[in-house]
Design a protein around this ligand. Structure first.
Ligand code: HEM
Length: 450
């Protein structure tokens, strides 16, 4: 091989290595181009796209001119293929009709009833799982456990307590395997053919069929029940369109699956990062503990206590600033457009880089420091408008935001009262940005009872 050929090969190898490392974790690459080129960047990586951390641009796309922007096919098609055409995956007039009909169902009284189910489940989980880890002084993988807990809470909140645990476990397994399959397909679409050859496609079809059948069984059982429950399934069953009609079985199935899938991983990850940050910041841990004791030392928290959980809420808000579970939101322009002097072409993708916006020193002082005081009532007044959006923005704002905040407030305050977490030493804590922001190798912790 000539020297020239050798150089070419080395260049190509370096290029491939770079692509590989960017695909593995695009956050450092995105941060570096934002630092170099500002808050709206016309970038190229395999395809041309805009990357933005500009709150005004994001507001324009998600709110002011949201009708001109849809989710990109690359991410949403595989999700739709997996969980059907529900709130998260639908677009246009159909999405609007569903959103308008379902939104009122997330009312205060329903959340209050769900909070009772949640507190019972959290107590049971602490007794059955965390107390055992504590008694055995055994370490465990925090993100895995938070995923189990969030599954447990979302299934009970969706389907009530009368569904057998065995059925829920089967469904959890089928749905979580389906999610892994979908994530794989989004990240590496070229694998589609290989997944058919190696049997994964067939296995996934089987999982899909099983979870759909299980949910349809629950829906049919519920339709026969004489006493109405106050869970999310009941809310879907009672949802009425403007003409007085109700959802079909297919719509009930799709919307249940969407709530199930959208409702647990994001929450589990926010909890994981919160516990990690609390355990590595002793002043925050102490304040959280004192706050919990002064609010409900001798009882479980209730819905009416949520308002006085100011400090827990600040900790959650600050956690989602540093580690937004939905770290990147993508949109595609339907027609040519212009924002802030930038021309956006029809079909062009725009990535709203929430993680980058939340860590931008132009909007946040010392953005890499964990400081829940940023979210005190007084300090919130000083925030740059729209520079914080863990739940998205505009008409497609997360429909489960109040549900998720309540769940995290209850869990973190109940944990704080009973336990102290300790992050096991000598682990490399690194982010793994897939669709959501996971810890790459998991976070190992130990737990001590107070
Ligand atoms: C910490 C927890 C959560 C975070 C950070 C989060 C974040 C988000 C974000 C950023 C979006 C907007 C996506 C976009 O515009 O592309 C969204 C949408 C959505 N979320 Fe959440 N979410 C959380 C919890 C939940 C829960 C608990 C539920 C259900 C019980 C839920 C159900 C949904 C649904 C159905 C949508 C689609 C709404 C629509 O397009 O109309 N989420 N979420």
């Amino acid at each position: 091989m000539s020297v020239k050929e050798k150089n070419k090969l080395q260049y190509f190898q370096r290029y491939l290595l770079k692509i590989n490392s960017i695909s593995r974790n695009p956050i450092p690459f995105f941060m570096s181009i934002m630092k170099k080129h500002g808050t709206m960047v016309d970038a190229y990586f395999l395809k041309r796209f805009y990357l933005t951390t500009d709150p005004e641009v994001i507001r324009y796309i998600f709110q002011k001119n949201n009708k001109n922007y849809v989710k990109t096919n690359r991410t949403i098609d595989p999700v739709r293929e997996q969980i059907g055409n529900g709130l998260l995956t639908s677009e246009g007039a159909y999405w609007l009709k569903q959103r308008r009909s379902i939104q009122p169902g997330f009312h205060r009284k329903r959340l209050e009833d769900i909070s009772i189910t949640m507190v019972n489940e959290i107590n049971a989980y602490m007794d059955e799982v965390l107390d055992v880890y504590a008694a055995n002084n055994e370490s465990f993988v925090l993100d895995k456990e938070m995923m189990h807990l969030a599954y447990r809470l979302v299934s009970k909140s969706l389907f009530g307590s009368e569904v057998a645990d065995e059925k829920l476990k089967l469904m959890d397994k089928a749905i979580s395997e389906g999610q892994e399959y979908t994530v794989d397909l989004i990240r590496r679409p070229y694998l589609r053919f290989w997944l058919r050859l190696n049997g994964e496609f067939k296995k996934n079809q089987e999982n899909k069929r099983m979870s759909q059948e299980l949910i349809m069984d629950i829906i049919n059982e519920r339709k026969k029940a004489t006493t109405p429950q106050n869970d999310l399934l009941q809310m879907l069953l009672e949802t009425e369109y403007e003409d007085g009609s109700k959802m079909t079985d297919e719509q009930l199935l799709d919307e249940s699956l969407v709530l199930y899938v959208a409702g647990h991983e994001t929450t589990a990850l926010a909890l994981t990062w919160a516990i990690y940050l609390i355990s590595t910041h002793s002043a925050v841990e102490q304040q959280l503990y004192q706050n919990t004791l002064s609010n409900f030392s001798d009882k479980d928290p209730a819905f009416s206590d949520l308002r006085s959980m100011g400090y827990v809420t600040q900790v959650i808000d600050e956690t989602m600033r540093m580690y937004p579970p939905a770290w990147l939101l993508d949109r595609k322009a339907i027609e040519d457009d212009e924002v802030g002097g930038y021309k956006i072409n029809k079909n062009q993708d725009i990535f709203c880089f929430t993680y980058g916006m939340h860590r931008n020193p132009e909007y946040w002082e010392n953005p890499d420091d964990f400081n829940p005081d940023r979210f005190s009532d007084e300090n919130k007044k000083k925030h740059v408008p729209h520079a914080y959006m863990p739940f998205g923005a505009g008409p497609r704002l997360c429909i489960g935001n109040n549900f998720a905040m309540m769940e995290m407030q209850l869990i973190l305050s109940m944990f704080a009262k009973r336990y102290r977490f300790e992050v096991v030493k000598d682990q490399k804590i690194e982010v793994q940005p897939l669709i959501t922001l996971r810890p790459r190798n998991g976070i190992k912790v130990k737990i001590h009872k107070r």
